[in-house]
Design a protein around this ligand. Sequence first.
Ligand code: TMP
Length: 237
Amino acid sequence: MEKRTELYRGKAKTVFTTDNPDLLILQFRNDTSAFDGEIIEQLDRKGIINNKFNHFIMSKLEQAGIATQLEELLADDEALVKKLDMIPVECVVRNRAAGSLVRRLGVEEGLVFESPTFEFFLKNDALHDPMVNEYHIQAFGWATQEQIARMKELSFQVNDVLKALFDQAGLLLVDFKLEFGVDSAGNIVLGDEFSPDGCRLWDKQTNQKMDKDRFRQGLGGVVEAYEEVAARLGVTL
Ligand code: TMP
């Protein structure tokens, strides 16, 4: 599959068109950003780790009956994906309090909820990804009520599958972010990536952070933590 032209360069991935108008290539770069791109650093091997990690997770989700954008691994840092019309919102599911929820609601980090929460954020770095609700999403035409309901349903299904998967690897899935798109048949399909860049994972025994919070909080050992998570899950790097 020959790479054609660069379609879009995000903060951590570049999207290329291919000969096939229905397929795109995602290239996972080493760039690691925090605070809406305010801080960007190159972390050696991160692109390869996230590409392979994402392939592993998306395959598990496919096996559980959740449609994803992923087609196949193309190279160490590249994956072939179905072209989707991406919905410009981030879907965040949380099982415990961390990050922006702690700041917003003034609760203690690690608080276990009675049931998982769900939040939508608008993908907009300049506005710092503001939280939006279902009325905003419909009012601005980003998605229909049906598509919103489907994104929520699929996000909770992903939570059920991945909570169990990480639990077996001795990890707590604290929260995560998903992005969805619409395929040529009009179905809502999971797109973008699932990697330690977009979720929070804590060691079950020690509560040690094993995700991008190590970068955001300057804790060091970022790539080493991602490699440890991959090893525990049995991801071949
Ligand atoms: P938050 O606590 O900062 O709102 O983040 C919730 C989850 O979403 C966390 O696992 C990190 C992830 N996330 C992203 O992947 N990209 C983003 O731009 C933001 C703000 C959060």
